[in-house]
Structures are given as C-alpha cells and as structure tokens.
Design a protein around this ligand. Sequence first.
Ligand SMILES: Nc1ncnc2c1ncn2[C@@H]1O[C@H](COP(=O)(O)OP(=O)(O)OP(=O)(O)O)[C@@H](O)[C@H]1O
Length: 696
Amino acid sequence: MADLASLRVPFSGCWRCRYLLQPTGKRRSKAVKRKLQDAGEEPSSKRLTPAPVPDIKPKPGKGATTESSQQKTKKKRNSGKEKEENPKGRSSVKTSSLFKNNPDIPDIERPNVKQLQEEVFSSDSFADLDLHPHLVSTINNVLGMARMTSVQKMTIPALLLGKDTMVRSQTGSGKTLAYGIPVVQSLQGVTPKIQRSDGPYALVLVPTRELALQSFSTIQKLLKPFTWIVPGVLMGGEKRKSEKARLRKGINILISTPGRLLDHIKSTKNIHFRLVRWLVVDEADRILDLGFEKDITAILNALNSQCQERQNVLLSATLNQGVTRLADISLHDPVSVTVADDSPCNEKDAVKPEAATEEPRSFAMPGQLHQHAVVVPSKLKLVTLAAFILGKWKCKRKPKMIVFFASCELVEFHFTLFGRVLIPQTSKEDPALFLRLHGNMKQEERTEVFEQFTQADAGVLLCTDVAARGLDLPQVTWIVQYNAPVSAADYIHRVGRTARLGAQGSSLLVLIPSEAEYIQTLAGHKISVSEMKMEDVLSGLLMEDFLKIKRVENKKAESSGPQAMRERATVLQTKFEDYVHASPDTALWAKKALQSYIRSYATYPKSMKHIFHVRSLHLGHVAKSFGLRDAPHNLSQQLTGSLKKQGKVKQKRSDRQKKPGAKQRFSDLLRSEFASGLSPKAKKKLKNSGNSEEST
Ligand SMILES: Nc1ncnc2c1ncn2[C@@H]1O[C@H](COP(=O)(O)OP(=O)(O)OP(=O)(O)O)[C@@H](O)[C@H]1O
C-alpha cells in the first residue's frame, strides 16, 4: 500500500438473539421500531423488482476478472443481490442491497439524566495569588490569560502550601497550568539557584508522546523569565543517544512517558532522582492502570529509593479513588480537588483504603458539548461515516474533526480507503486536510501530523486512542467515535478533545443496533446523548453530484427523497467495494482490517460483553462495512495464522492437548461468526426460506 500520510483530500439483549436466529421475515419486534424503508416502499424482503443501481464500470485488471467470475457463481444462488441492465443490455453492477435484511433500529429515547457541570472560569485573577511577578506577567502576556479557571483557583493554592493533591476536573479546564504554575513558582525560589547540572527537581509523567510534547511546551513558556531552570522531554521514538546527551547536560523539569523514562533508568548512568521535589502524574487513572503497572512500579521504586521528601500530584478528568491501588504512591494527607463532585466520598475518603475501590458514578462533562449517537446497521456503517464527513465538509464552516477507531489497522484502512475513493470525487479548489495518527507510525510522522492538525483550521484526523487523552488541539468542532470506547472514561476523554474551556463542540457516537444499549450505560454515568437519525446523515449524500445515477434518457424520472438517498448510498458503497475488490491485494488488505475489527471487538471488558460481544456481529454485514461483498470464508485461518506469526498463540504441545488454546478459541469465535449463531439445521431452514447469509 502506498504511503498516504501526506494525502490532501479534496474535499440490545434478547433482541439481538432474535435478529441472529430468525429469518428476516420473522424479525419483527413488538416494540415500537423504525424501519429503514419509508412507508411508500414495499418491504425490502418482498421486493421483487431490482432497485435502480448505479452505472459503474468494474475496475479493469486481474481483480475485476476474479470478481466477475465470483459474481457469476453468486448469480445462481443469490436472490437478494441487485443488478441492472445498462442501456446496452450488459449487467453492470453487482452490489448486494445495503438496505435489505438489516436488523431493525431500536427507538432511542434521550435518557433523562442531568449531566454534572462545572463552572469553567473563576472570577479571580492570577495576580490574586502569591506568585512571582514575572510569572504573573508571563501568564498574562505570553500565555494571554488573565482569569483563573475554577480548577486552577482550587489547585494552585493547595499545591503552593506543599500539599499532595488529587485533582479531578472536566476535560479542557486548564489542569496543565494548575500544576505547572506551582511547580515553576516553587522551583524559581529554590536557593541557591537551581543549576542545570543538578538534574531533575520535578518529574511529570504523561501517557503519550504527543501529550509529553504539549506539556513540555506549556512548561517552557512558563519558564521564560526563569532561564536557569531547564525543562526537557523524553519520549519513545526519539533517538536514545540524543536524549542521553540531554540528560547528561541536565534537565530540571523532566516530562516523560513512563516507558521511555524506565528505559533510561535501566540504561542511562546519568539519570538520578536525588533532588526530585515534585512528582506529577497527569492522566493518572490511565498511567496507573494495569497497562502501565510494571513500568510505573519500577519508576516509583527508583524514585522512592533516592528521594524521600516530595510533593505528589495526580490529575485527570476521570480520576477515581482507586488510582493509588496499583502503584506505591504514598500520598501524605492529600487534598482532593474536585470541581463538580457527585461522588459520595468526601476529601478524607480520598485516601481511605475502603474508598479506594469506589468508582465515581459520574464525571463532569463540558457544558457546551452537544452529544449525539447514530444507530446504523453494520452494512451501512461505512457509507454513513463517509456521508457524515462529506456532509460536514459541504458546510459553510468546514469542520475540524477527529474520528476515533479501535485499532491502528482500522485507522490505516479507512484513511487509505477514504483517500482513494473520495479524493478523485471532491473539488480540487476545496481540498480537505485528511490526516491519521496512531501508535504504529514513526515518531517524526506522528509529530508532524500532530503539528499539522494543531495548526489547521479544518481537517479530518483519523486516529486511535493515542489522541484521546490530554491533547489540546485548538478549535476541534466534531468528535466521531466510529468504534465505541471500552469505558465511560475513554468516552469522556475522546469527546473532551472538543468543547474545551467553554467552547462549543459536538460529538457523534456510531453504534450498530446490537450496541444501542450502550446509550443507557452512558446514561448510568450521567452522560446524556441524543439520537441523530441515520437517514439524516445519509441525506447529505444528495448534495454529492458524483453519486448521481446516470439514467437512460427519458426512461425513468430522477428519484427523490429517501429513494434517491438510498441509491446514492449504494453508489458510494459500490465505489468502496470496487476499490476493495480491484485486486487480490486490496481484498486481502480489507480482510485484515476486518480481522482487526473483530479482534478489537473481543477485547471489550467482561462488564460490557452483554453489549459488545463478537457473537452479536453478523460477519456478512460487518464485511460490507469494509467494502467486502461477502463474508470472507477463510478469515478464521487467516486470523489464527497471523496470530501465530505474532507469537500470540504459541503453546506447548502438551498444553494444546489439555485444553483449547487461543488458536482454537479464536477459531471457535469466528466459526460462530460465520454461522451467525445458527445451528446447521437452522441455517438450512433459513437458506430454504430464501434468506441465506450470502444473500444479505
Ligand atoms: N486561565 C486560563 N485562561 C485561558 N485559557 C486557559 C487558562 N488555563 C488554561 N487555558 C487553556 O485551556 C486549554 C485547556 O487546558 P488544558 O489542556 O490544561 O486542559 P486539561 O484540563 O488538562 O484538559 P484534559 O483533561 O483534556 O487533559 C489550553 O489551551 C490552555 O492554554
């Protein structure tokens, strides 16, 4: 695949079981349901006349030949696929219906919850604090800030008193300065004056490289009048050698990701923590969770063995009382700063062991954030996302949008697919910035993309959760979650990339019908999401001329309304499918992306499996959202094969004999996917009824 990094692109419980186990005709819930088909149209499963389809020529080449032979075989057994005779009498399109045999979309009622709100700004100015006048003037003149935010007003005095502090306040409320200002204020007053060669006085841990760079930049600005204090950043992906050299020269405020810091602790002689007075753990719930446990324990051991007296600060928008459980952080008589508190705990509870397991029920959400969810059948997911992006790009004010995916592979797939399929169709005069960011990219590229998106007025950033925490990307207008997050906390951090510091922002969560219950889960955390109708998103396609169907002159009137919208969605889907099936390589590439999706789906925590379970997925339908015309039949082998390659399914022979291993489990999982939960008997019945999986 060509590297497209720099492309500029112009431009629910039992219900689920019923859907999987019953033929389409019987999929009729008693609950009030909305149909995809509008009232004027015959029910999809009964429609006999083929729907009008676009005039798209198959791509030439090997893949096209393969595809057409596949299609020939399909024709015999397939009653559900649409085809159309073009004027010359040739069958031109072979796209299965996007709008047939989909599960019903459950009605979503906006949950009646009152979100926790914070007052973002206080009425106090930085000059009201007992800060060095040069620091105040730097805040006022270099950073351009006069008033403190609420979290700053509450946190800075506590930290200036030397207290250990746990800080929770909503995303985009100014927590970086809430710790940055007291650190700088205290270090500028150290006598004798700090020397570069002294090494670290403050250690700031953050979860990602981009956040490390961002926090470094803020601290650097604050240090403008105090040139003798040297800040520095360590992060994976950079040359170790140059970092070692910088460490040797001396860094007084050290900002690092845990992994990289541990790397240096193990391998760099010149790193010591003898003078450390501050330990700041930003996004502490993330850093102190299981993923970083080993690293963080080793770092804290190194710290504890060298410095006894230090002030500890933990911060996050989703800080919970359990964060100190996994790490040996001995907070001494800590102050708990919570700007909007809904938890039953009071300040003292913050350190009580029994309170440590308690998850706050809810977290504050930005007041100007408008949250939406759209429920879309799997088959229509891809076109809906494309329609949403295209629709927003047509608006007068171009969007600055972040789209979250579950894995690096998914980001790469959609980045390339959208780039290749949408670029040639959109205006050259109005090119959109289309970027991607994920953990498998080289650091230079990550930094470049981060800076490019930061500076852009408009653009679409496709990314993983690497961009979910802490990043302060200015003027982001839309957050799209194409794959649901694994926790409410992750949801909050993702949407928190917009509507920062009182600004307006919107978010869209894309769910398939079996995931609709997730909206109630969010409501349990006092997160209120309103429904956006799929049809409204798809109707944006009516503005796209490149999706217009070329009709035979005088033969048929231009369709309008829902019918036209469906036709255009089908044209767009066909374009994606044509690209994916243009060669065996692209088809394999799409299958791998599909594998990645299924793998990521299997990683939802146990507590969420009733909503997100691979068995709820209909592989044939999901395949469509990867531009694949049918469910790949060798996916199981490919998946286990690739896992084996990665060494993830290595087992001793004796173990394999004892119990089914990862390979077997994955294989079972996917076999159930192929069967969509159907026993061979039920499958036969379904086939006889004319609703075989292949026809969906
Ligand atoms: N007192 C202030 N006045 C004006 N702007 C401020 C003030 N304090 C911080 N900001 C700005 O607000 C934005 C958000 O700040 P910051 O990134 O520190 O938020 P955060 O609370 O750490 O967010 P998250 O929880 O997402 O990490 C930044 O652009 C920052 O420069």
